[in-house]
Design a binder for this molecule. Structure first.
Ligand code: PLP
Length: 637
């Protein structure tokens, strides 16, 4: 568990039990604990669902909502802050109905609201917020229809705030207001000069896509006044990008935004809210640093810094403090979701029968040279041996291309090269010093575990932005892992891989795993509940994976139940997206089989079997099916 970092990035929510199984503790360290392997067993036995499988731990989602609200409540108390806190969940971070409903349910006691960034998201939010005064922040690009729908919410008594992100939206809002006769609540998104930090830093600054400059704010404020809508302006908003690793960045941005707030108040507008956007991070690598995959602050410190800095700026300006809104998405939903994948095969550099390859009495001179290097008869250093071996490997490839080396000898040369590398790597570990040329040797030697999933569907930010997620086997954690490996998915794309892993100091280029045995070997990819689900694509037509929603069973010690399941796409469903209708495909196949039968290429009985094979496959899942002899997943408790 220590090697995979569970105690650090798990934050008390993930651990290994005495039998080496990974468990999730939705309520934290002292709460009940669910063995993930047991969830897998139940998903298969009761629902016929096998990995790739997303497990949503709904109680953990609730817990995060409570933690965020409590953090702000405590900060407000400690700072004797005169305003309130009201959070909203940005739907874009995870739009799944069950996720949005769970967050709202857990947030009821705190008047937690929603944030929408597009018309479809707005329609979700309007349907979900059904109480008087429910808060709905409307961001993103807006056309007239968007504004009309937002005013519909106002008409029904919700506190809907239209945040102006583009100057042109001012006129559009004034126009729709007159058309509908409904007064809007308006906010300004400001373009801060405080720089962002991390992978999503371009969300702020002069070249940001969103927000009003200081000059635009002054002009927009004047326009509202002229339209006699000055009293509608209620809120100042900023967002400096997701996953902000450094608390100093947040402090600076909050202070600058609070200055905007005070100045706009001084211009005669009765503002009420300061909305600090998203950005609250997740410590994916558990290092507690300002690495991109980490954060050097806690949720408590985040809340305190926001409250303190706003209060400080407002006191200096002698302006009453605003109510604070935050739009944390990632920090709420990332932890609750675990993607489980199964390693189904391995790709090795040194074949198992490699030893036999070097036993010939009089080997080819090139092989003799490589054997000489392997046995290190001259007692040369690691670096020199590596360079010599590289030279010989290259020679072998050249001779092969020119027709002077047969395939068997080329195979032996390659294998000897990798055996030399493995020996050098082992000696480096003993020496402790690694020359630069050999730094990547471990990664070069790593095996590839073929896992039944698609990076493009389930881990898009890893492919697109090199975002790191913690990964660990879900079983055998009491057993020393001995194989350095990277993970490859089953798409026909060499980019479909995971070869960078979280580490405390730096990025790891391989992960130590256990040898594959007879029992299925499952890996968990953790903290994947934010953004990944919806951004995944249909590369190679794999599509959505199976999903189970797990709840704690209160009357049972460490018990759980699966309340909801969502089936991964069937082949037929996926093909439909791209206009290949199952019925048409079947008809086309039937025609081919009928022709083959007529021409006596296949017998009618076989023709029926062939057509059944095709139609059965249309109904099946897109991912690899476990082999016919594969074992069912056993419940271990
Ligand atoms: N608010 C806005 C305007 C955003 O663009 C985003 C996402 O980038 C968020 C909130 C959510 O940010 P996070 O997931 O970092 O909390």
């Amino acid at each position: 568990a220590e090697y995979y970092g569970l105690p650090r990035w798990g934050q008390g929510h993930f651990c290994a039990d005495d039998d080496g199984f990974v468990c999730v503790r939705p309520l934290g360290e002292d709460g009940p604990s669910i063995r993930i392997a047991d969830v897998l067993a139940e998903a298969e036995a009761e629902h016929g669902l096998r990995p790739p499988l997303t497990i949503r731990v709904q109680d953990l989602l609730r817990r995060r909502v409570e933690m965020l609200n409590e953090a702000f409540r405590r900060a407000i108390e400690q700072e004797a802050y005169a305003g309130n806190y009201r959070g909203v969940f940005p739907i874009k971070v995870n739009q799944l109905r069950e996720v949005v409903e769970e967050i709202l349910d857990a947030g009821r006691a705190y008047d937690f609201g929603l944030e929408a960034g597009s018309k479809p998201e707005l329609l979700i939010a309007l349907s979900q917020l059904d109480r008087k005064g429910d808060l709905l922040i409307c961001n993103g690009y807006k056309d007239m229809d968007y504004i009309r729908a937002a005013l519909l919410g106002v008409r029904l008594g919700r506190e809907v705030i239209l945040v102006i992100e583009q100057f042109s939206e001012v006129d559009a809002i004034i126009k729709v207001t007159r058309e509908m006769g409904v007064e809007p609540n308006i906010g300004f998104r400001v373009k801060l000069s405080a720089p962002g930090e991390g992978k999503w830093a371009t969300s702020t600054g002069d070249n940001a896509k969103f927000g009003l400059t200081a000059a635009e704010i002054v002009a927009a404020a004047k326009k509202l006044k002229r339209a006699k809508m000055g009293h509608c302006l209620k809120l100042v908003h900023f967002h400096i990008g997701s996953q902000v690793p450094n608390i100093l960045t947040i402090k600076k941005a909050v202070s600058e935004a609070a200055r905007f707030y005070c100045e706009i108040c001084k211009m005669g507008f009765a503002l009420k809210y300061l909305d600090v956007g998203g950005g609250l991070g997740i410590d994916y690598d558990g290092s507690r640093t300002n690495f991109e995959s980490s954060m050097n602050y806690s949720m408590g410190e985040y809340a305190r810094d926001i409250v303190f800095n706003i209060k400080n700026v407002c006191e200096q300006a002698e302006i009453p403090v605003p109510d604070i809104i935050s739009e944390s998405g990632r920090a709420l939903v990332a932890p609750h979701s675990i993607l489980v994948i199964e390693a189904v095969d391995r790709i090795v550099k040194i074949p198992e029968e490699a030893d036999k390859l070097t036993t010939k009495k009089k080997p080819h001179p090139l092989l003799a040279d490589l054997i000489y290097i392997l046995e290190n008869r001259d007692n040369h250093g690691a670096l020199e041996r590596f360079h010599d071996a590289q030279q010989k490997k290259e020679e072998a490839a050249n001779l092969f291309s020119l027709g002077y080396l047969d395939l068997a000898t080329r195979a032996k040369a390659d294998t000897l090269f990798w055996q030399i590398c493995a020996k050098i790597q082992a000696s480096l570990k003993a020496e402790g010093y690694v020359p630069e040329d050999l730094e990547n040797l471990g990664a070069l030697l790593a095996e590839q575990y073929v896992c039944n999933f698609s990076v493009f569907q389930s881990l898009l930010d890893h492919w697109a932005l090199d975002q790191l997620f913690p990964i660990a086997p879900l079983q055998r954690l009491g057993e020393e892992p001995t194989i350095e490996a990277t993970l490859v998915d089953i798409t026909c794309d060499s980019d479909g891989k995971v070869s960078e892993f979280v580490d405390l100091e730096d990025v790891r280029h391989s992960l130590r795993l256990h040898p594959l045995g007879k029992d299925p070997y499952f890996l968990g990819i953790f903290l994947v509940g934010a953004y990944q689900d919806i951004m995944g694509d249909l590369h190679n037509l794999f599509g959505r994976v199976n999903e189970v929603h797990v709840f704690l069973e209160e009357d049972e010690e460490d018990g759980f139940y699966i309340e909801e399941t969502i089936r991964g796409f069937s082949t037929d469903e996926v093909l439909n997206f791209i206009q290949h209708k199952g019925a048409d495909l079947t008809r086309a196949m039937k025609k081919q089989i009928d022709t083959a039968t007529r021409n006596d290429i296949v017998k009618p009985r076989e023709g029926v079997r062939l057509l059944n094979l095709y139609t059965d496959m249309l109904a099946q899942k897109t991912y690899l099916r476990p082999g016919d002899n594969s074992k069912p997943i056993k419940k271990k408790s």
